[in-house]
Design a binder for this molecule. Structure first.
Ligand code: CIR
Length: 404
């Protein structure tokens, strides 16, 4: 069951991916294409990730791993394995039929768990015997070191799909580098025993036309969703999502589309704006004033849209109907603010109202949170931060307790 009606209700169950050999398949040549800024040291990245998972467990959160969930889903439904492999191969954009056939044969002969890890790690050309080259395409594809690229961003489970109420929005990812992640999400949400009998409503689909990524979606309460019109999420996707959401019989009545700057530093709404307590948020000062917000409200037939230009505080106060406190990432100093936002200082993961997990490196913001009375759980972050995502980006809540 999916149950997420807020950003801050006590976290009961969360989906993570422990980083693996996909990080060791990164090279300087592919960093830009694969959306990483550096090559993390895997051993330390795993240690840091284990600290993250243990911090969650120590606070009563059930930690589920994507690779386990996917293995269990496919083992429960062997009849879909063939389609799953074909979808993966097709979306890895291999043009040569000879190579596609060889890849299929290779993957189908692995155990389900090994197959999933291989898909994530990337498949090098020397790992597979393709047989005699038959076409120019076969020979051309031979020049690149991978038949299928690694999927390092699967570390950021926030993005391929988003839990919204009792449903989900599966992402249409902005870049090809991340689109295969949503195949995994789709199969888990459809075939895992936890979901199969009563699958979550899908408010957005991975093959829809316009991009929408989970990091842009914040469930402010059981009636209101905030979504970033961002580098990664298109306003037409937001309208489609809102329409589907309002069609279902839920309490959601408002979608607030925040027009945020389109840059890598601000790639998703949750890189500049996360909730930490009732009426309390961390923000990057860049979105504080003169923010354009499109208020999308449910009506009898579809929805109305109103454009509002104002301060973030006013917009939130109006909709949440309570006093708002904004904590500015990095405080007043411009350099500190930009540096700590770059290292995900505004990307907090609330595990209960007023209790957040953050990266230890953002010490100025973290002290401000402590001063504001927030319980701050710091995790080590020297390697994890190299992929440009923080504790919220690395986690997808599946269940939270309801809040008043
Ligand atoms: N929600 C997030 O902001 N996720 C971080 C994603 C980082 C990843 N390297 C990306 O560029 O997609």
């Amino acid at each position: 069951m999916i149950k997420v009606h807020s950003e801050i209700g006590k976290l009961k169950s969360v989906l993570l991916h422990r980083p693996g050999k996909e990080l060791e398949n990164l090279t300087p040549d592919v960093l830009e294409k694969l959306l990483f800024d550096d090559i993390p040291y895997l051993k330390v990245a795993q240690e840091e990730h284990d600290i993250f998972a243990n911090t969650l467990r120590a606070h009563g959160v059930e930690v589920l791993y994507l690779t386990d969930m996917l293995t269990e889903a496919l083992e429960a439904h062997p009849e879909v394995v063939s389609n799953f492999i074909n979808a993966f191969i097709e979306e890895s954009k291999i043009k040569s039929q000879t190579i596609k056939n060889a890849l299929y044969k290779y993957l189908v002969n692995l155990s389900i768990t090994d197959m999933i890890h291989k898909m994530i790690e990337g498949i090098r050309t020397h790992e597979i015997t393709v047989g005699k080259h038959k076409s120019i395409m076969d020979m051309l594809e031979d020049e690149y070191p991978f038949f299928t690229d690694p999927i390092p961003n699967i570390l950021f489970q926030r993005d391929p799909f988003s839990s919204v109420g009792h449903g989900v929005a599966i992402g249409k990812m902005f870049t090809h580098a991340r689109q295969r992640e949503t195949i995994f999400a789709e199969y888990i949400l459809t075939y895992h025993p936890r979901f199969h009998k009563n699958p979550p409503i899908k408010y957005y689909h991975r093959l829809n036309r316009y991009p929408l990524e989970g990091g842009d979606i914040l469930v402010l309460n059981k009636n209101i969703i905030a979504i970033g019109i961002s580098n990664r999420t298109d306003p037409r996707a937001i309208e489609f999502f809102a329409e589907q959401l309002f069609k279902e019989n839920t309490d959601f009545e408002t979608v607030l589309a925040f027009n945020i700057p389109k840059s890598r530093a601000f790639m998703h709404l949750d890189t500049v704006f996360t909730q930490i307590d009732y009426g309390m948020f961390t923000i990057h000062p860049g979105i504080e004033n003169k923010l354009t917000v499109f208020e999308i409200t449910k009506n009898d037939t579809r929805f109305d849209v109103v454009k509002v230009v104002g301060s973030l505080e006013d917009v939130l106060e109006k909709h949440l109907k309570r006093p708002i406190k904004l904590i500015r990432c990095g405080g007043k100093d411009v350099i500190t603010s930009v540096r700590e936002q770059w290292n995900d200082g505004a990307n907090t993961l609330a595990i209960a109202p007023g209790k957040v997990i953050v990266y230890d490196r953002n010490h100025v913001t973290n002290q401000m949170l402590v001063d504001a009375g927030i319980e701050v759980l710091e995790i080590e972050s020297s390697e994890l931060s190299r992929g440009r995502g923080g504790p919220r980006c690395m986690s997808m809540p599946l269940e939270r307790e309801d809040i008043e």
